[in-house]
Design a protein around this ligand. Structure first.
Ligand code: LLP
Length: 433
């Protein structure tokens, strides 16, 4: 499943002892395993091989340049949601014809750049967006391919914040609006509206919602074809769940086995947009115990990583396994503990009421399964520089993003002269209204 395993009671990333890295890299830091990343990409690729899919790694799960480069070098495309992700994708040499772009709120400037760069698909989420893309294409005298994102009205059993395909959610188009757009497609002479897109949610551990969504989409496609409208692509999104604790998610093979029969019948090119499945278990967050504090009701381990580094527990009450980098072995005693960060919020925790081996101040811990939506959702809250990121590749570790400095924290800020400037911070420019 992943390559973070104990050898002689020391936690290793592939063949490298993590403690050795932690002696050189200041904590907290994210650590990725190149082999695990590629393993997961290859698992999906193999499972869906009969339809030769384009697998577009979802950059929002982890947009570190090295992570994305590793996957692109392996043949992956990229799923982007912003001009910033497009910028990063092109920086690492991703081919535009392997980039798909989804977002309910693409700006005209972002769309303009993506058209000029020649991306593969816009996954369009509203009728108004389609008008903007058509107008920009016309002005640029370019054509572009469009997938309509269908909201199939399916409720997968996952956290409500990561459910995206129910009829109340802001994403995609209902079948009847999508049908109307296809009927009026001649009004968009610069657009090839030839694909359908769906993404029903994230961390979905059972295949039924995907099957049900596709069972709704298949007759819709047939119906369009009967009317002479051709659909050449289907993008089935991401959403495959992974093991954080005791989940038993479908494997890539089981997932493929369940939906390949439907996909094959549709005779369309298949695109997938997995994020978490590829990056989730490929990364861990390494943190140091600052203090152990006992109160009459609780025992707290206060670590140097906070909700600014990993917001998933605070935001979704998410579970991440916590392992000591050095374990004692058989004689371990377990104690119920809260693992909390240094931030001034009660939501700043990494684990609650967790049975953990006894740890001491100065010990190092690994927060597991944090390769997806870990660093990519991190912030500078409490003016904390964001963590470094490192990757083990073939027996060596590389710093793939240095830890931010205090200078990074004030980059771009300025103080109006009227407030008197500090010689260390530039004065801001005055804007007339
Ligand atoms: N495609 C689209 C259009 C998406 O919106 C997403 C994720 C993906 C693909 C990738 O989904 P994945 O394979 O990673 O499940 N921050 C949350 C997850 C939010 C997912 C948003 N969309 C978390 O930490 O659980």
């Amino acid at each position: 499943m992943h390559r973070f395993l104990y050898k002689n009671n020391n936690l290793y990333c592939e063949t490298v002892k993590i403690e050795d890295i932690a002696h050189k890299v200041e904590t907290p830091f994210y650590l990725y395993s190149y082999a695990t990343l590629l393993d997961h990409y290859r698992k999906i690729k193999r499972a869906f091989a009969p339809v030769k899919p384009l697998i577009c790694f979802s950059m929002k799960s982890n947009s570190n340049l090295t992570v994305c480069r590793a996957l692109v070098k392996e043949g992956a495309g990229l799923d982007i949601v912003s001009g910033g992700e497009l910028y990063k994708a092109l920086k690492i040499g991703a081919k535009p014809e392997k980039i798909v772009y989804a977002s309910v709120g693409k700006t005209a400037m972002e769309i303009d750049t993506a058209i000029k760069k020649g991306i593969l698909f816009f996954n369009v989420e509203s009728a108004s967006e389609l008008v903007i893309i058509e107008n920009l294409c016309k002005r640029l005298n370019r054509r572009t391919k469009i997938s309509l994102r269908i909201n199939p009205g399916i409720r997968p059993r996952t956290h409500r914040f990561v459910t995206t395909g129910i009829s109340e959610s802001k994403f995609g188009l209902d079948f009847s609006t999508a049908g109307e757009i296809f009927a009026k497609r001649n009004a968009f002479p610069h657009l090839d509206i030839i694909g359908l897109h769906m993404h029903i949610g994230s961390q979905i551990t059972n295949k039924a919602p995907f099957v049900n969504a596709l069972r709704k989409i298949a007759p819709f496609i047939k119906n369009l074809r009967d009317k002479g409208i051709s659909i050449n692509y289907i993008n089935i999104g991401g959403g495959m769940g992974i093991i954080y604790s005791k989940e038993r998610p479908q494997t890539a093979k089981e997932y493929a086995r369940a939906i390949l029969p439907i996909l094959k019948k549709l005779k369309v090119k298949v695109i997938l947009e997995p994020g978490r499945f590829i990056s989730g278990n490929s990364g861990v967050l390494i943190t140091r115990v600052l203090y152990v504090k006992k109160t009459p009701r609780r025992r707290f381990i206060i670590v140097d990583a906070g909700m600014n580094d990993l917001i998933r527990p605070a935001l979704y009450d998410a579970y991440h396994e916590i392992l000591p980098l050095r374990r004692l072995g058989k004689v371990e005693t377990f104690i119920k503990t809260d693992v909390v960060g240094p931030i001034c919020e009660s939501a700043d925790y990494l684990a609650k009421n967790r049975r953990l081996p006894k740890v001491e101040e100065g010990d190092l811990l690994a927060i597991m399964g944090t390769g997806a939506y870990g660093f990519s959702m991190s912030s500078n809250y409490n003016a904390r520089p964001r963590a470094a990121e490192a990757m083990v590749i073939k027996g060596r570790y590389y710093i793939v993003r240095r830890r931010e400095t205090y200078q990074d924290l004030i980059r771009g800020e300025s103080i109006p002269r009227i407030l008197g400037t500090s010689s260390k911070v530039p004065p801001s420019s005055m804007k007339k209204i």
